[in-house]
Design a protein around this ligand. Structure first.
Ligand SMILES: Cc1cc2nc3c(=O)[nH]c(=O)nc-3n(C[C@H](O)[C@H](O)[C@H](O)COP(=O)(O)OP(=O)(O)OC[C@H]3O[C@@H](n4cnc5c(N)ncnc54)[C@H](O)[C@@H]3O)c2cc1C
Length: 132
């Protein structure tokens, strides 16, 4: 079987990767460059549970699990690491907590944590190697 994939973003590249592993001939047709669009701008953040309650839930969980295995399978100048994730905001000038210490010691004063949105088991990041 031969497959032609239109677009060399993360979806096209992943589809090509997994089809190729199954011995299928793949051609990716890309009009600009690999990761020229959204995939080249993404933060690399991965979340296991954020599709909970939607039809995409099973796909998101499976994808999260597969991502964790990719560093052993694909060499390159990139890394993967589990992480804890938080949402929050910076207090505006005049806000009563503008100069208050953040709940997390490594954040500047005035950064207010709203909630923890991911744990080491449910969130991860794909990053360039040697990034902090
Ligand atoms: C600023 C930003 C941050 C993000 N951060 C995250 C994140 O942390 N975690 C996360 O999971 N998601 C994140 N996303 C979302 C994620 O980047 C996208 O959902 C994902 O990259 C989409 O991948 P894609 O392959 O579908 O599309 P794209 O990356 O847009 O790729 C489509 C490709 O198709 C090509 N193309 C289009 N038309 C044609 C044609 N007719 N012929 C040939 N080629 C064509 C384009 O040139 C492009 O390269 C972020 C998005 C943005 C913009």
């Amino acid at each position: 079987m031969r497959v032609v994939i239109c677009g060399g973003g993360v979806i096209g590249a992943c589809t090509a990767w997994f089809l190729r592993r199954r011995g299928i001939d793949v051609i990716v047709v890309e009009r600009a460059d690999v990761a020229a669009a959204a995939s080249g701008k993404a933060g690399g953040f991965l979340a296991r549970d954020w599709c909970e309650g939607s039809p995409l839930d099973a796909l998101a969980r499976r994808s999260f699990a597969i991502h964790a295995q990719l560093p052993e399978q694909i060499a390159g100048d990139w890394g993967y690491r589990p992480m804890t994730a938080y949402s929050g905001f910076v207090a505006a000038d005049g806000h009563p907590r503008r100069d208050a210490p953040s709940a997390l010691g490594w954040l500047s004063n005035g950064v207010i944590i709203a909630q923890r949105i991911g744990t080491m088991e449910t969130a991860a990041i794909v990053h360039p190697k040697n990034s902090p």
